[in-house]
Ligand binder design. Structure first.
Ligand SMILES: NC(=O)c1ccc[n+]([C@@H]2O[C@H](COP(=O)([O-])OP(=O)(O)OC[C@H]3O[C@@H](n4cnc5c(N)ncnc54)[C@H](O)[C@@H]3O)[C@@H](O)[C@H]2O)c1
Ligand SMILES: [Zn+2]
Ligand SMILES: [Zn+2]
Length: 382
């Protein structure tokens, strides 16, 4: 089969790889129709995530058609069109039983903190991902779901991560009616977090980014008030000024470990590897939240960090909530919202790129060229 393969930082290419096989009776093999590139893939592409091995295939956002199932699989069958959450989870361990599908204890021999994620380095289990013609889907009875007839396949694709994660970010904020919510990052996750905040009762939603075209999308798609942090000087001071000096009730970090906005953080992390990434968005969230408020983190962070404003978080009495999103848990409510017409997730897709051009797709998304927001990889037709 043809698959995207990692060759080293900033280098990916399409290569021929052996077809995946059923390795366990509860595996399925899925023929991918559409995959997406995620902001999380950029952390891999930039060489930020430990144990990202040359030759591995990324891609944790995909939909496709079941090609083959193992002997014990009962809930899907060959020919089914399925959407697959980015989490690989067993469905029955201590953590899965408590809804923590992203923290499954049975799927990742290389780490205990995190469960399994398709195409997300050996730190997340070493599974090959779905930016390929075929992908092995473990625990086929637990994770994939047959795409409902009425659901647009591209909307289903957005549910495999970005939408579910954005919604989860707003959920972690414990938003109460009338709350003011600030979202850091107007990428797909931030856009969905901002829109979801309204569903949960927010009275005001503010989005920060430094890319004007994304802020425009935040106004149009998520009905948010927006600010370009590159034009603000002191971002936290500005946030305080526009919230009567108090700060926001809920701050959502949807930027993660490669946030811009602080030169020193870039030098210490990207250049000298003194810490695992930039903390500026997280620190803005901690500083920008009002005392007693909540900071929700869905932006991704990998290894060690040394400059988190933890003392401020402690002394302000903040609630800090975070996780990789347990995707499937969000689906029943999200399906209801989509069916009722409250949102059209695929509206954020900016590019559709054939699998042969995936390397250009990565470059474009990474460099934020051509007003790219969400690139979808067209792998095959059904
Ligand atoms: N928790 C999860 O389950 C989960 C799932 C998917 C993605 N993620 C993470 O969420 C983050 C966002 O993903 P995405 O696909 O939207 O990525 P993206 O790269 O498209 O978007 C990130 C946005 O943040 C903006 N940004 C950079 N520095 C900022 C700052 N200091 N303040 C505010 N905005 C800033 C960027 O300009 C960009 O528009 C990534 O870190 C990704 O790894 C987490
Ligand atoms: Zn993703
Ligand atoms: Zn489990």
């Amino acid at each position: 089969m043809r698959a995207m393969t990692y060759r080293g930082p900033y280098k990916v290419q399409l290569a021929d790889k052996e077809d995946p096989r059923i390795e366990h009776p509860n595996d399925a093999i899925v023929r991918v129709t559409r995959a997406a590139i995620c902001g999380s893939d950029l952390h891999l592409y930039h060489g930020m995530m430990p144990d990202t091995r040359v030759g591995s295939t990324f891609g944790h956002e995909f939909i496709g058609v079941v090609e083959q199932v193992g002997a014990s699989v009962e809930s899907v069958t060959a020919g089914d069109r399925v959407m697959v959450p980015f989490n690989i989870s067993c469905g029955s361990c201590y953590f899965c039983a408590r809804g923590l599908a992203s923290n499954c204890h049975n799927v990742n021999p290389n780490a205990t903190a995190i469960g399994g994620i398709y195409g997300y380095s050996h730190t997340c289990g070493g599974y090959d991902g779905g930016q390929a013609e075929l992908v092995r889907v473990p625990f086929a009875d637990v994770n994939p779901m047959v795409i409902p007839e009425w659901l647009d396949p591209e909307d289903a694709l957005m549910m495999t991560d970005a939408l579910s994660t954005g919604y989860f970010g707003a959920q972690l904020g414990d938003i109460e009616e009338g709350d003011t919510v600030a979202v850091f990052g107007a990428g797909p996750v931030g856009l969905f977090a901002a829109l979801s905040s309204w569903f949960m009762g927010a009275g005001r939603v503010i989005v920060f980014d430094h890319l004007d075209y994304r802020l425009e999308k935040a106004r149009e798609f998520a009905h948010a008030e927006t600010y370009n942090f590159g034009e603000l000087g002191d971002v936290v001071l500005h946030l305080k000024r526009i919230t009567d000096g108090l700060g926001v009730d809920v701050a959502i970090d949807a930027a993660g470990a490669e946030a811009d906005g602080a030169f020193l953080q870039h030098v210490t992390s990207a250049k000298f590897k003194l810490q695992g990434g930039s903390l500026i968005a997280l620190n803005w969230a901690i500083d920008g939240a009002r005392k007693g408020g909540t900071v929700a983190v869905v932006g991704a962070y990998g290894p060690m960090f040394s400059a988190v404003k933890f003392g401020d978080a402690m002394n302000k009495g903040l609630t800090l909530r975070m996780n990789q999103a347990p995707v499937k848990r969000q689906w029943p409510r999200l399906l209801e919202h989509i069916r009722n017409g409250y949102l059209k997730p695929s509206d954020i897709i900016s590019h559709r790129i054939p699998l042969e051009h995936i390397a250009e797709g990565y470059h474009m998304f990474s460099a934020k060229l051509d007003e790219c927001i969400k690139p979808v990889i067209v792998v095959s037709e059904e």
